[in-house]
Design a protein around this ligand. Structure first.
Ligand code: MFK
Length: 557
């Protein structure tokens, strides 16, 4: 006689089961445009969790990329073979428009990035990290359009098509052995050969999506000054018309997660490269920042989507698992945990959707100077805040599914591993906090952000959000006091200020959205805002005793 067999949890549609996502899309898009987008989004909601898609994702995770350095006859080929399941997931994403939609002429106009964000939010966690090349491809396309010449712009069609037969992806080869966070230490040299062609010499230490047809990279033209002001931006192709470019693959990285995604160390041995913009004007870092800001928003979407997928697994399990005489979904202690995860989801989405909305407005050419400054400051804040939230949330999700959630065949360990790259990829929490501080010193980013939060709070007048509005107002005052004490110039304070501002801005946006939703009869976002505020918005200042960090001073005890 068979023993007890647990009914397996089934992931429901990523669209119809996700009230928070649907509400966010209507709030940011408006009812009429929402009607236009609804079918496309519903289709992606089904596709993202279809058994065939999830099987591809699970298979891609177990078939990591392989490096074939030499052909059977000894020729150096440096071929990287990826799982066909990974390639197929990419084809699904490209056809659905995850790279194309923001570049198309759509009825959503400046709001196209809102629809795109919803698509990517659903597809990303099922893509086995194909979302990584999608991020870099988006960043490269925008960078080439903004800073490139006609030759650069000619490749953009490949980066922004829905046709998998002609679609390319782009990498971003920035990280070097000496220059990880500190890009000014980039050692790759650019030299012109006799025919005037630029050629690059150096080692790129972390190049993800290495099978991409092209990449954007930094190099120092010979004779240019040290530091970041001497760097130039280049477009490099893996293959030239006459054959492979002069690039060898040293090895593939063995990473904690993102295992389907090829990440390699590359040696540039005179690789032909095309400067993007004037290579001698010292503006390479400024130009690649266009790409960085876009990939950082993709990173925030990845964080938000990971929270959502973790929550979706936890809820699916809570529906089918019984303990102590009832479903997990009915146990008060478990409901409290799931409710807090739902708050993480709402808060993370509020920040990320605001970034996407602003990004669309800027790209559409209809942004005010304030909106442009707001996006500059909000991007690093959102990236660092959602990154930290995502790690906690997927860990909670694994715990909520119990022992099976700790086992590989549940696929939840892959979600946890893949999420752990989020706070590292495209800048760590501290690097992003310092980037935010630099932005506040160079622009109105801080004043505009505080003013935008205050305006949201002023319009959040539903009784259901009053306590959250009061908490946000006090949090803004507390952060203002800290900044007033010159904390904005103290790097040690950067992290706590940035995390505090990130949570407070998210809460202010939830107060505004919660007011709008409550007026339509749904109080759940208002409740999420109140709960987020009750958990505490501003972390304590940095530790006073920084000597604790390295124990340099031996205690006299
Ligand atoms: C998914 C799979 C992943 C697989 C594993 C991945 C593992 C991790 C792999 C990685 O390594 S990811 C890459 C991590 N590295 C970074 O994210 C770089 C972090 N460093 C920064 O973000 C620095 O702030 C930056 C390099 C961008 C600039 O630092 P610098 O060299 O001190 O330059 P500076 O003086 O701050 O800025 C130079 C110019 O760029 C200025 O403009 P102007 O020339 O007009 O004055 C800045 O205003 C502009 N700029 C800098 N950051 C900007 C920006 N403009 C707009 N937005 C920004 N974010």
């Amino acid at each position: 006689m068979p023993g007890f067999l647990q009914t397996p949890p089934i992931l429901p549609s990523s669209w119809t089961s996700d009230r928070t996502l649907r509400e966010s899309v209507v709030f940011h898009l408006g009812d009429d445009a929402f009607e236009l987008a609804a079918d496309e989004l519903e289709a992606m909601g089904e596709l993202a969790v279809a058994p065939a898609t999830l099987e591809l994702a699970a298979r891609a995770e177990t078939e990591p990329p392989r490096l074939v350095p030499y052909s059977a006859w000894g020729e150096r080929v440096d071929e990287i073979i990826v799982s066909d399941a990974y390639s197929e997931l990419g084809r699904i994403g490209v056809e659905a428009g995850v790279t194309a939609l923001p570049y198309e002429d759509t009825p959503y106009q400046a709001k196209a990035r809102v629809v795109w964000a919803a698509l990517l939010h659903m597809w990303g966690p099922s893509s086995a990290l194909y979302s990584c090349p999608v991020a870099m491809t988006d960043g490269a396309a925008r960078t080439l359009l903004l800073h490139g010449d006609l030759d650069d712009i000619a490749v953009v069609g490949h980066l922004t098509t829905r046709d998998p037969a002609t679609a390319w992806t782009s990498g971003q080869w920035m990280t070097e052995t000496a220059g990880g966070s500190d890009v000014s230490r980039t050692g790759t040299v650019a030299r012109r050969d006799g025919s005037g062609t630029w050629r690059l010499y150096g080692t790129k230490w972390f190049t993800s999506a290495t099978t991409s047809e092209m990449a954007l990279t930094l190099a120092r033209p010979e004779g240019a000054p040290e530091g970041s002001r001497g760097l130039a931006l280049f477009r490099v192709h893996r293959h030239l018309e006459e054959g492979p470019n002069a690039i060898t693959v040293r090895r593939l990285k063995e990473k904690l997660g993102t295992r389907a995604l090829p990440t390699a160390e590359l040696e540039l041995e005179g690789a032909v490269a095309y400067p993007v913009g004037d290579p001698l004007d010292g503006a390479g870092v400024r130009r690649i920042s266009t790409m960085l800001n876009i990939t950082r928003i993709h990173n925030s979407l990845g964080a938000t989507a990971a929270i959502t997928r973790g929550l979706s697994w936890a809820r699916a399990y809570a529906r089918v698992r019984e303990a102590f005489g009832t479903r997990l979904a009915d146990l008060p202690a478990h409901r409290a945990t799931l409710a807090d995860m739902a708050v993480d989801h709402a808060a993370s989405l509020a920040l990320t959707m605001r970034c996407c909305e602003l990004m669309g407005t800027v790209e559409h050419g209809s942004a005010s100077a304030e909106e442009t400054a707001l996006l500059r400051g909000l991007t690093p804040l959102t990236k660092l805040t959602t990154g930290r939230w995502s790690i906690a949330a997927v860990t909670e999700a694994m715990e909520a599914v119990g022992g099976v959630g700790y086992c590989e065949d549940s696929t939840i360990p892959a979600l946890v591993r893949n999420t752990h790259v989020i706070p590292i990829w495209e800048g760590t929490t501290n690097v992003l906090a310092l980037d935010f501080l630099r932005a506040t010193q160079r622009s109105d980013a801080l004043q505009v952000l505080v003013a935008d939060a205050a305006e949201a709070l002023a319009r959040a007048d539903h009784p259901a959000v009053i306590s959250a509005v009061e908490s946000c107002t006090s949090a803004l005052r507390a952060i203002g006091d800290r900044i007033g004490q010159d904390a904005v110039t103290d790097p040690a304070q950067a992290r706590s200020i940035a995390l505090g501002l990130g949570a407070t801005y998210a809460c202010a946006r939830l107060c505004l959205q919660g007011t709008w939703a409550a007026q339509r009869g749904d109080h759940r976002t208002a409740a999420a805002a109140v709960r987020l505020a009750a958990r505490g918005l501003v972390p304590p200042p940095a530790p006073e005793h920084l000597e604790l960090a390295m124990d340099e001073e031996l205690s006299s005890i």
